[in-house]
Design a protein around this ligand. Structure first.
Ligand code: SF4
Length: 246
C-alpha cells in the first residue's frame, strides 16, 4: 500500500468566486455537487485508509468550490475529531465566509488562505470579484495560525513585495507562492533572494522572519491521499484528469 504525507478531503459544487485559473475548470470529468451531502461520498472508506496508514494530517479543500460553503462543516469536523482524534485538521479557503462560519471551525489546527491580491482591480481580474480580503481581521478571527497562499500570475507579479509586507503586518508568518499548473509564463518570484532550504522539493526563503516557499506542483515530492467529491480515493498530489494549462 502506498504511503502518503497527508490526506485531503475535497468538496465539489458551485463556488462563491469565479477564479480565472481555477483547476476545477480544467478537469476532464464532471465534478458532482457535494456541498449538501452528509456524509461526503466515500467518507467511511477514507477514514479507514487514514487509520490504516496512520496519517496525521488532513486538509479540507475544494475541487471547484470553497470548503466553507459545505453545509455540514461543523458536523464533519466534530466527526473527524471524534473518529480520528490524533489527526491535525487544516482547511484551505478563499476566506469569503470565514467570519460568518468561524464558530463551526472548532478543532482546526491550521488555516490556509488564498490571497491572489490585495488590490481591487487585480482581485477582479483573477477572481471575478473586486472584494479585497481584510487580512488583519481574518488573521485575528482565525484563532489558529494562518498561511497565505498566492497563485502567481502576470497580474499580481508587481504587487508581490507589497503583498508580502502586508501579510507580515497582518501577523502572517508563512506564505506559499504557487506556480500555476502547467503555466508557460512561470517566473522566479524572489530573484533577489537565496533559499535557506527545501521542503518537498520546493525552495523555502526566510524574508526577515517571514517563511516563504515557492511551490511548483511538477517538482513537489509530497504524496496525498485524496477523497474526491465523487467518492473516489486517489493517490498523488495533482488532481486526476487535469488538462494542461494554456
Ligand atoms: S475560490 Fe478556489 S474553487 Fe472557487 S473559483 Fe476560485 S480557485 Fe476555484
Amino acid at each position: 500500500m502506498p504511503r502518503h504525507d497527508f490526506a485531503q478531503l475535497l468538496f465539489g459544487g458551485p463556488c462563491n468566486l469565479r477564479c480565472r485559473d481555477c483547476v476545477g475548470r480544467a478537469l476532464a470529468w464532471e465534478v458532482p455537487d457535494t456541498l449538501g451531502a452528509w456524509p461526503p461520498p466515500g467518507l467511511l472508506r477514507f477514514g479507514a485508509r487514514l487509520r490504516a496508514e496512520g496519517l496525521r494530517e488532513l486538509s479540507l479543500s475544494g475541487v471547484n468550490t470553497d470548503p466553507l460553503l459545505y453545509r455540514h462543516l461543523g458536523r464533519l469536523l466534530g466527526w473527524l475529531r471524534a473518529e480520528h482524534p490524533g489527526v491535525r485538521l487544516s482547511l484551505h479557503t478563499n476566506g469569503r465566509l470565514l467570519l460568518a462560519r468561524r464558530a463551526e471551525l472548532e478543532g482546526l489546527t491550521r488555516l490556509s488562505l488564498s490571497v491572489p491580491s490585495l488590490r481591487p482591480a487585480t482581485c477582479l481580474a483573477l477572481t471575478g470579484s473586486p472584494e479585497v480580503l481584510d487580512l488583519p481581521a481574518l488573521v485575528r478571527a482565525a484563532l489558529v495560525p494562518v498561511k497565505v497562499s498566492v497563485l502567481l500570475g502576470p497580474e499580481n507579479r508587481a504587487e508581490l513585495p507589497e503583498l508580502l509586507e502586508r501579510a507580515r503586518a497582518a501577523g502572517v508568518r508563512r506564505v506559499a507562492l504557487r506556480q500555476r499548473v502547467g503555466a508557460r509564463d512561470a517566473y522566479d518570484p524572489l530573484p533577489a533572494h537565496r533559499p535557506v532550504g527545501l521542503f518537498a522539493g520546493n525552495p523555502v526563503y526566510d524574508l526577515d522572519g517571514l517563511e516563504v516557499s515557492v511551490w511548483d506542483f511538477a517538482r513537489t515530492t509530497l504524496r496525498a491521499l485524496s477523497l474526491l467529491p465523487d467518492g473516489r480515493l486517489e493517490d498523488g498530489y495533482l488532481l486526476p484528469g487535469l488538462r494542461a494549462a494554456a
